[in-house]
Design a binder for this molecule. Structure first.
Ligand SMILES: NC(=O)c1ccc[n+]([C@@H]2O[C@H](COP(=O)([O-])OP(=O)(O)OC[C@H]3O[C@@H](n4cnc5c(N)ncnc54)[C@H](O)[C@@H]3O)[C@@H](O)[C@H]2O)c1
Length: 257
């Protein structure tokens, strides 16, 4: 099947990160021109793609700063001629030491997480849409925590749930222009940071006992789902929420009792 991504311009926020770099490579392999956007490592991310013969450029900016986002999207559209796909992937969460009951949760972290995960998604969507023509699409990266909250991560749960409904609202608004918007909810993905998070005291075994497929996902598995939703193969899909979680959100018990 022709995914229709050859020669298309794909903007990926957090494009130098664990999942973002896998997405950048997956889109590049489909022949897309990739704008690797990140606070840190954007240039290096683009260089890594170029060294493999792909077309890419790096853009360093902070998605919480709407003025910077507006400038960056204008620059990307000017460099590439258009924006065909926007992947709102950049996101943050509290580390293990900051995972606290709501009455002890850090106000600073609350504000920071909402700013990056929710405001950042809003800023990038708002500033990219003027450059997105019929056939374009937005893919937002939420989390299963936006569907089924985990304890002691209230800010992340709130922000990622809001990203889901924001995506549906946008999908309704842009459908008349032939633009689609969908959201992916990754489960636990085996990158260095999450592996470290679940290490020790049987934590990994406990985690996997909730997942019917009994394993963490890979960045490539999230990247593949992102490519699919952005592609012509998903031409009648908009406003959809796609968990990519090994069955975690099925809601039943993963083990026999
Ligand atoms: N890894 C997982 O298990 C998992 C699970 C569920 C959801 N997610 C979501 O997937 C997305 C990617 O996560 P990841 O695991 O690759 O994390 P990561 O930390 O490896 O990558 C996130 C990237 O976003 C960038 N970033 C952070 N704040 C930014 C800002 N203000 N402006 C611009 N860039 C900024 C970081 O520099 C980083 O490169 C996030 O939205 C995350 O919430 C990840």
């Amino acid at each position: 099947m022709n995914l229709g991504l050859n020669g298309k311009t794909v903007v990926i926020t957090g494009g130098a990160g664990g999942l973002g770099s896998a997405m950048a490579l997956a889109f590049a392999k489909e022949g897309a021109k990739v704008a690797v956007c990140d606070l840190r490592g954007a240039e290096q991310g683009a260089e890594a793609l170029k060294e493999q013969g792909f077309s890419a450029r790096g853009y360093a900016f902070d998605i919480t700063d709407i003025t910077a986002v507006k400038g960056a999207m204008a620059q990307i559209a000017s460099d590439f001629g258009t924006i065909d796909v926007l992947v709102n992937n950049a996101g943050i969460n509290v580390g293990p030491d900051e995972r606290k009951h709501v009455d002890e949760f850090s106000d600073v972290w609350w504000e920071r997480i909402l700013k990056v995960d929710l405001d950042g998604t809003y800023h990038c969507t708002k500033c990219a849409l003027p450059y997105m023509k019929e056939g374009s699409s937005v893919v937002n990266i939420s989390s299963i925590v936006g569907m089924i909250p985990l304890r002691n991560q209230c800010a992340f749960a709130a922000a990622k749930a809001a990203v889901i409904n924001f995506t549906k609202a946008v999908a309704m608004e842009v459908a008349p222009q032939g633009v689609r918007a969908n959201v992916i909810c990754p489960g636990t993905i085996g990158i260095a940071i999450t592996k470290a998070l679940w290490q020790g005291n049987g934590a990994m075994e406990g985690l996997l006992s909730h997942i019917p497929m009994a394993r963490q996902g890979s960045p490539e598995e999230i990247a593949n789902a992102t490519v699919f939703l952005a592609s012509d193969a998903a031409s009648y899909i908009t406003g959809a929420v796609l968990p990519v979680d090994g069955g975690w959100t099925c809601g039943g018990f993963a083990r026999n009792f």
